[in-house]
Design a protein around this ligand. Sequence first.
Ligand SMILES: NC(=O)c1ccc[n+]([C@@H]2O[C@H](COP(=O)([O-])OP(=O)(O)OC[C@H]3O[C@@H](n4cnc5c(N)ncnc54)[C@H](OP(=O)(O)O)[C@@H]3O)[C@@H](O)[C@H]2O)c1
Length: 240
Amino acid sequence: METAVVIGVGPLEGLGATLCRAAAGEGLHVVVAGRSPDKLTAVVAAIEGEGGAATAVACDTTDEDKVTALFEAAEVIGPVSLAIYNAGNNMPSVFLDTSVEHFEKCYRVGLLGGFLFAREALRKMAPRGSGCLLFTGASASMRGKPGFAAFTAAKGGLRNLAQSLAREFHPQGIHVGHVVIDGGIYGEKIERNFPEYFDKLGEEGLIGREGIAEAFMYLYRQPHNAWSHELDLRTHVENF
Ligand SMILES: NC(=O)c1ccc[n+]([C@@H]2O[C@H](COP(=O)([O-])OP(=O)(O)OC[C@H]3O[C@@H](n4cnc5c(N)ncnc54)[C@H](OP(=O)(O)O)[C@@H]3O)[C@@H](O)[C@H]2O)c1
C-alpha cells in the first residue's frame, strides 16, 4: 500500500486532519504527523472509523532527525506517493517590537520545516521518479501586509522553495504543488482564536476545508502530462 505523509496535523476540525482524511479516501495509508500525540490519535481513529488506514507519528517539523525518521517510518509501511507540508504558525506582530525569537519561530515552522520535509520526501521519491509533494500556502504567500512581516517572509519563502523544487523535480517525474489559501479557513483555529470574526463571516465568508482538501487531491490525481504547480482558493465574497 502506498503512503501519504501529512505534517502539521492538529484538531479534527483543522485543515491538516481534513487533508489526512481526504488522502485516506484516495486509498493511501496516511502517516499523520504533528506535535500533539492526542490530536494525531484522534485523526487516526476517525480515518479508521471511515474504513481507511493511518498511523500517527509525533514529529516536530523543525527537528531534522525527527523528519528523517518520519519518512523512514512511512517507507516501512509503503512507498510515499504523496507528501503534504501543512505546518504553519500565523503570528502577527508590531514590526518595531518584533523580537528575533518571534521572527525565528515564524521562519522555523513556516520555511525551515518545509525545507527539511521536502528534502526527505524527495530523497525517497527521486530515485523512483514518481510522487507528489504539496505545500499549504496563505494570502501571505503572495503579498505582505502591515503586522505580518515575519509570517509573510516565511510563507513567501516557502512558495519560492516550492517553485524551485517544481522546476528541478518535474523533469524527474515528481509533481510539486503549492495551494494558496487566500482567506480564513472555516475551522478550529479561527473559531478558537477569533470567535467574533468566525461568527461574522460564517461558512459563506470562510474557506471550506473539504473544498481545500479536494484541491489538494485534484493536484495529486493530475496526470503527468497536465500538471498545475499552483492553485489559489478563496470564497466568492473575498475581495482580492
Ligand atoms: N487557519 C486559517 O485560517 C488559515 C488561512 C490560510 C492558510 N492557512 C494555512 O493552513 C495551514 C494550517 O491550517 P489550520 O490553521 O487549519 O491548522 P491545522 O491544520 O488544524 O493545524 C496545523 C497544525 O500544525 C501543527 N504544527 C505547528 N507547528 C508545528 C511543527 N513545528 N511541527 C509539526 N506540526 C506543527 C500544529 O500542531 P499543534 O496542535 O501541536 O500546535 C497545528 O495543530 C497552515 O499552513 C496555515 O498557514 C490557515
